[in-house]
Design a protein around this ligand. Structure first.
Ligand code: CU
Length: 129
């Protein structure tokens, strides 16, 4: 009884660990370079084999919502929606930021710039197969 309960708790913990762990420090299998501007993301359709570690390098071509780095938000960002829930904020004009993500969730996922996607077509699709 106790062991059963313990294994349930361990399973729950490992599930939580997996959920909070799509961002990774593992060595990347694939590098994906993405440019973002008010015209959107290039590329805006990305296909990735499931389980691979991807290094996303996002470069901002223009000033996005603004160039003032004293503001809380400036430039563009790169947000892969849940279940990935990976956010790279404040990519200023000419700047590049990177994030490593383990692509464990199959299917269609959307990435977007929450700063400016209401005004500009900053939205893209990731297919994990
Ligand atoms: Cu943006």
């Amino acid at each position: 009884m106790f062991l059963k309960r313990l294994s349930l708790i361990v399973n729950l913990l490992s599930l939580i660990f997996i959920i909070s762990c799509t961002k990774t420090e593992e060595k990347p299998d694939i590098v994906v370079d993405i440019q973002v501007s008010k015209e959107g993301y290039k590329p805006d359709v990305i296909e990735i084999p499931r389980g691979k570690v991807v290094l996303f390098r996002i470069t901002s071509v223009d000033e996005g919502i603004g160039e003032d780095t004293n503001q809380k938000h400036y430039g563009h960002c790169f947000y892969i929606m849940p279940p990935y829930d990976v956010m790279v904020e404040n990519i200023g004009k000419g700047g590049t930021k990177e994030v490593k993500v383990k692509m464990i969730y199959p299917g269609h996922h959307i990435f977007t710039c929450p700063y400016c996607s209401n005004f500009f077509p900053t939205k893209g699709d990731i297919y994990v197969k």
